[in-house]
Design a protein around this ligand. Sequence first.
Ligand code: CUA
Length: 330
Amino acid sequence: MSRPARPGTPRALAVSSLAVLLGACDGPQSALVAAGHEAERLVTLFWWMLGGAALIWTVVIGLAVYAVHVHPEQHPEREARLLIVGGGVVFPVVVLAALLAWGLRLMPELRTEAPADALRIEIAGERWWWRVRYVPSDGEPFELANELRLPVGRPAELVLTSPDVIHSFWVPSIAGKLDMIPGRVTRMTIEPTRRGLFRGACAEYCGGSHALMALWVSVVEPAEFDTWAAAQRQPARAIDGRGPEVFLWSGCGACHTVRGTAADGRMGPDLTHVGSRLSLAAATLPNDRDAFRRFVLDPRAIKPEAHMPAYAALGDEELDTLAEWLESLQ
Ligand code: CUA
């Protein structure tokens, strides 16, 4: 019977490193488990390159071992020169040229124009969250933050921008990454191929909370997407009580919009349906009352350099009222 590795021993280190390496291949943020057309092509490219690299490595190391063990007199000079020219010049040129040709052939497929019926979504990289605005051709636009809902099998055109610093939009399971550059508009067309929940992240260092700038992408059936989109267009539905009063009186409405109330700020995330979102603070916190409380009380303790000021002056009761109301914004 094999015993578990004792912590700190070389075996334990090897086991935990392997677990980390293999664990990274799976999960909602893996580029190796594709859930989109673009990601599928990238996975194919990756495995071919890895296979080729492994093959070449084996041959080169094999030759090196052979050269060390064989007596020098057994090497006729002519054969040795052929081997050097063949293996050192001809072989790499052929392999690299083939890879380049194949890579170039893939590129147009990864940068296709969006079809006319594609879902159009404008995403702005903010410090440090994602402003998401759906602009469907067949309905009213609506805005949310830090998550995407996509119908499976339907292409979506992502229109990427940033107001100040460079970010990079990356949902590895669905497509490759693309920079969001101030003063420019970059576009990518994606097509999710299976349902599920996938995680994306900012892939370009953008300041203090770069590592806390993630998002969730939920790929659902088209009918479920339509229901969700219809609900998102609606104004906020919330519990009765002093919530809106505390929200407006504290000045939250200067930066946040809650459709259906007087709050119509544009600086921060639209909070109209914040209670129904998959996470808070760009996938940094769970979506619950305690997380609302903690974030309002001291945002920078959770997201360094965040623009939102701390509301440490709010009393316990006001914080509770606010957190309860925000959580109820479904
Ligand atoms: Cu945004 Cu890194």
